[in-house]
Write a protein that binds this ligand. Structure first.
Ligand SMILES: C[S@@+](CC[C@H](N)C(=O)[O-])C[C@H]1O[C@@H](n2cnc3c(N)ncnc32)[C@H](O)[C@@H]1O
Ligand SMILES: C[S@@+](CC[C@H](N)C(=O)[O-])C[C@H]1O[C@@H](n2cnc3c(N)ncnc32)[C@H](O)[C@@H]1O
Ligand code: SF4
Length: 435
């Protein structure tokens, strides 16, 4: 699996599932699920522009040189159409407009992409359609039109409720803007609004983080995504930290922040369903769940990635696909050949696919059920692959990992240590497949 794709995927989101139940009929159910899943996919649309660069961000984003909204809309429609045809998917189960700052896109662009999807596949009534919104006055003013265009879930990039921190991170909004945007989004889509918030920020203390999160929980809706601030190479923040101009909280403070946030969220009835994601009731993100469940998804727009099996090209081998990153080149390629897929990596070997299923699935609190594993690995069951590998046995013995009738999953403590456990698990998988 490419490191870039793995990291991009690890950034994304997910949900809980009913537990696996008995294992006697899992093979038949898994096979039926596998057939059904090949006809379905989620669809991600990347809007690559931002008004400015936040100091910590290394996502695929550009400051627009000119207003090319209309050509972008044409090309997003064209690429959607081409990739839908290539994938031969008949049903789109969720759509996610991410970025960059998709709330800078004109609402008619969102409407046009959704119409294109409906023309070439079925997009069931009520399917989750999310747009990420930067909580600026412009973002807020467009919420109603996005909703009218077909959006039924908002993901608001609040990041922090502390104005001095927002400034430090280079955000283009303040906490009042965020609160107003959140209130308007909740009015339009009650129960279907998510907030992104980052902890582990420069100069942040455990006490100030706990107070800030409590404030946020008193105003937010039913979904929270909680990210530990990562210092990414090549960003302004990286330079500031390297030059000693800014310091981040120590590792053990970060760990305590994550722990106290999980506890606080639970006290407010948010159940954790994934490393970074919490929901009240069933407000989980269906789209991101599909990523973590290893299901097919189509990526449209500059730098978008996808996972699907293009039919008619030598059988149905699933591929990891990445679209051209830079928007001007992406536009040229879409105009020239209908799509701008830059990289295609066939996931032809069972190992490649299973590595993804493992790395993604263990992010869910539910983990990987036997039935889910069997969809991708009909031959080698979880017990056989992981149950006898000595280093995995240690993880099971110390209680960070659980392997039982439900499947393989992290314990509460283990979830915080997933990154350090994954190499051992991947090694166990590799050595089993080498046999
Ligand atoms: C790529 S942004 C796009 C959404 C929107 N432009 C925004 O900034 O609100 C998606 C989310 O990724 C998270 N993110 C981006 N860079 C990050 C970093 N270096 N560390 C942790 N989280 C990050 C932020 O919480 C952000 O809301
Ligand atoms: C970090 S997640 C945040 C989602 C949000 N917390 C929620 O629950 O809706 C979203 C970001 O991941 C990236 N992303 C998600 N799916 C992607 C895909 N298929 N291709 C490229 N980037 C993707 C985008 O940069 C997007 O802004
Ligand atoms: S607005 Fe979002 S995508 Fe744009 S630079 Fe900031 S964090 Fe990155």
């Amino acid at each position: 699996m490419s490191v870039a794709i793995k990291r991009a995927l690890l950034r994304a989101v997910a949900v809980p599932f009913p537990s696996g139940g008995g294992r006697c009929c899992t093979a038949a159910v898994a096979q039926a699920e596998s057939v059904q899943l090949s006809k379905e996919a989620s669809l991600y649309v990347h809007w690559p522009y931002c008004l400015r660069r936040c100091s910590y961000c290394n996502f695929n984003k550009y400051i627009p040189k000119a207003d090319n909204g209309s050509v972008m809309a044409d090309c997003l429609q064209r690429e959607t159409e081409t990739l839908l045809r290539l994938s031969q998917v008949s049903r789109i189960t969720s759509v996610f407009f991410g970025g960059g700052t998709p709330s800078l896109a004109h609402p008619s662009t969102i409407a046009r992409v959704l119409e294109t999807i409906s023309r070439h596949a079925s997009l069931p009534e009520g399917a989750e359609v999310t747009i990420e919104v930067n909580p600026t006055p412009v973002g807020r003013s467009r919420l109603k039109e996005f909703h009218q265009a077909g959006v039924n879930r908002f993901s608001i990039g609040v990041q922090s409720l502390r104005d001095e921190d927002l400034k430090l991170l280079g955000r283009d909004h303040d906490s009042q803007h965020a609160l107003q945007t959140l209130a308007e989004a909740r009015r339009l889509c009650p129960g279907r609004v998510s907030v992104d918030v980052m902890f582990g920020r420069p100069r942040q203390t455990l006490g100030s983080w706990e107070r800030e999160l409590s404030e946020l929980l008193s105003v937010c809706d039913d979904h929270v995504s909680l990210y530990q601030l990562t210092v990414e190479r090549g960003t302004g923040l990286f330079k500031q930290v390297e030059l000693g101009q800014l310091t981040l909280p120590a590792e053990e403070v970060m760990a305590a922040m994550y722990h106290s946030a999980r506890t606080l969220l639970l006290r407010h009835d948010f159940h954790q369903y994934e490393v970074s994601n919490f929901a009240r009731g069933n407000a989980v993100s269906r789209h991101n769940l599909n990523y973590w469940k290893g299901r097919q998804y189509i990526g449209v727009g500059p730098g978008a990635h996808g996972r699907f099996a293009p039919l008619g090209e030598g059988g149905a081998v699933r591929e990891a696909r990445v679209q051209t990153l830079e928007p001007d080149f992406w536009i040229q390629e879409v105009q020239h050949r209908g799509h701008a897929t830059r990289k295609r990596i066939p996931l032809a070997t069972p190992l490649g696919l299973l590595e993804e299923v493992l790395a993604m699935g263990l992010r869910l609190t539910e983990g990987i059920t036997h039935q889910h594993w069997q969809v991708f690995s009909p031959e080698a069951e979880l017990y056989k692959v992981f149950g006898t590998f000595p280093d995995v046995e240690n993880l099971l013995l110390n209680g960070h990992l659980i392997l039982d009738d439900r499947g393989l999953r992290c314990s509460w403590d283990g979830l915080a240590l997933l990154d350090s456990m994954l190499p051992t698990l991947l090694l166990a998988l590799e050595s089993y497949m080498d046999r």
